[in-house]
Design a binder for this molecule. Sequence first.
Ligand SMILES: CC(C)(COP(=O)(O)OP(=O)(O)OC[C@H]1O[C@@H](n2cnc3c(N)ncnc32)[C@H](O)[C@@H]1OP(=O)(O)O)[C@@H](O)C(=O)NCCC(=O)NCCS
Length: 328
Amino acid sequence: MDDRIGLLGFGAYVPERCMNNQEWTQYVDTTDEWITTRTGIKRRRIAADDETTVDLAAAAAEVALADAGMAVQDVDEIIVATDTPEVYTPDTAAFLQDRLGARRVPAFDLGGSGCAGFLLGLDLARARVQQRDRRILVVGVELISRLMNWHDRNICVLFGDGAGAVVVGRAADAVEIVAATAGTDGSKADILWLEAGGSRVPFSREVAASGAHRKLVMKGREVFREAVHHMAAASRQVLEDAGLGIEDVALVVPHQANLRIIQAVGGALGIAAERVFINVHEYGNTGSASVPLALWEARQMGRIAPGDLVLLTAFGAGFHWSAVLLQF
Ligand SMILES: CC(C)(COP(=O)(O)OP(=O)(O)OC[C@H]1O[C@@H](n2cnc3c(N)ncnc32)[C@H](O)[C@@H]1OP(=O)(O)O)[C@@H](O)C(=O)NCCC(=O)NCCS
């Protein structure tokens, strides 16, 4: 019996439509120069009108299952991390189970964890495999373009749509999840939140008329500071837990929110720039999809070799943060 618990397959999907910075000038008072210098983002993918969250999730999941050499009938559990679900209730995981034609296995969402959702799902999946041998599909998916305000320049230029997926299980050749850490600071929820639509400010005609249901509030500079601090601290913690140092890490794959945040995290960790994976220029911030999409692309590009130690870290609304160490 093997005792490596980890990733058995990787997948990702991004919608076909690519929107560059220049195109945003039709909607808001902005420039390619502002977006590029402040965020590093050059373009992002936007879902087609007939695509929904479950379409993106299913496409990424199918790639991950094929990569793992598994049939959908082999899936024992489904976890979906998203803040932009298919409908308000039930969760996207239920739709995904049906769409994939999976058995009637447990399926649930981690909703509202912002961009940290996927890594929380990975940690949870690892614990559940430890508890009871099973193969768990973990998906991070976001269709942000459908739900955000296209006329709020503080927000709209930052995000993009996409999905990433992995299968977590037990196998000799699994990419081992060596260690994981996570944390939450709920006292700062109002620095990055969408207040309307829940029990506090229920959805109503007035809310709809005011556009409050799409008003994601973000205090950019505070979010920036918190993101750098917590991603660096979580990374140090997970390395310490594993008895390893940053010099052991071959590649850091951080949440792709903003190039300056990524560079600041790399600087705080004291790791060379070429050992930090970046694709934010191509996709913008894809929320829960960001880390699995970056991981998938890093692997596709040959940036990860057998034996490499890879450090994943993410931060999102909540605030929630997490770091996970993988041994390829
Ligand atoms: C949002 C962010 C890019 C703004 O960068 P910044 O360097 O802090 O921006 P500044 O505060 O210097 O500038 C803000 C100004 O730019 C303006 N601005 C905002 N968006 C703009 C845009 N798309 N185009 C042009 N100007 C814009 C603002 O209106 C403001 O103008 P004002 O000073 O006249 O009010 C940055 O704070 C950030 O990346 N924060 C983290 C965001 C994030 O990653 N969130 C998700 C975390 S999971």
